[in-house]
Design a protein around this ligand. Sequence first.
Ligand SMILES: Cc1ncc(COP(=O)(O)O)c(C=O)c1O
Length: 417
Amino acid sequence: MEHVTQQLNQLLTRDHAVELDRQSPLASRRELFDLPDGVVYLCGNSLGALPRSVPDRVAEVVRREWGAGLVGSWNSADWTNLSKRVARRLAPLLGVQGEDVVVGDSTSVTLFKTMVAAARLRPDRKVIVVEPTTFPTDGYVAAGVARTLGMELRWCDPADPAAAVDDDVAVLALTHVDFRTGAMFDLAAVTAAAHDAGAVVLWDLCHSTGAVPVELDAVGADFAVGCTYKYLNGGPGSPAFVWVAPRHQAQLDQPITGWWGHARPFDMVQEFEPAPGATSMQVGTPPVLALSSLEAALEAFDGVGMDELRAASLSLTDLFIALVDERLAGFEVVTPRDHARRGSQVALRHPDAYGIVQALIARGVVGDFRSPDIARFGFAPLYVTHADVHDAVEQLVAVVENEEHLDAAYSARKPVT
Ligand SMILES: Cc1ncc(COP(=O)(O)O)c(C=O)c1O
């Protein structure tokens, strides 16, 4: 028994963490990011770190394409196809084809237009199902869509969302990885169960894409939406994507019929005629600066295997959980220990979670707080190392041992927690 404990202790040393980093096939990727010295960044599930490729690319677009090229850059710099180029880069991360992906609006707007389009595929059904612990915007948008279309909103049991799907349900809208707990649904199984009941499924992949691989085509999914500023590192407020299964595209009828979703936007005709395929999900003029930042950021994924990404993510979260178990009392690991049910973050429940996160930030370890009592740590596998994980837990232990979190300075809530 003592021998086993000794072995476990060796596995939890900093040297072992450094060795795991040395062996990682993603080891060289961290160099692609501009992280401040002395900071352990465990908040890439909120805002991804800055890829080194981004500043020069954005500066070039601003100075040369916008400044010198002016309006001509829509043609000469191919701004009109920028969104399509970004979609092609995203496709392998989603297990889909680039032509079925559209990028351009915020996640909330994209959720709205996609949820309406999904509901319109089942015009005889009047219910949208959402789970009560979903990210607030998903619930708010679902309520708005239900009101707009004269439908009803039904809350499901997060333990078994498909159980709420009966003959009345048009759409089941779920977040694949829960923003608070990091718990992950079985995307394939839930999709299949909802299909058996005749519904379509809209997946929110905000906390998956770039850290947790999905195979949307292979599992026969319907719709997926996701942001690009978390694990994809597109920058604050970078635009969201939507993927539409090819089999639904001929019937696609989304509600924000803007001119960029028209079959021939520059014909400027009076009648709206939707563009073929997923392109009709486009709405208005694409955000060129934000898309340029995202396009450059996605280069960090070039040549990365999805299995490698997932293995690195699980190795980091496994180590974090093991160290918390070993070194800290009074914290509940809320995130599932089962790999099949875990995203790329670990959530710790503690009554003083807010103060703990603030005190940790003061020590250079950046996580965040989610109401009411969750300290949340994201492990972006491209740039978080096992040594980071080790150091973060060391700092967490120090905060608690020194009771730094009880300092009044750390109890004042900031606008963004
Ligand atoms: C699951 C989920 N959906 C949606 C959003 C945000 O939507 P938006 O990009 O419109 O702010 C977030 C933001 O963190 C999220 O976690």
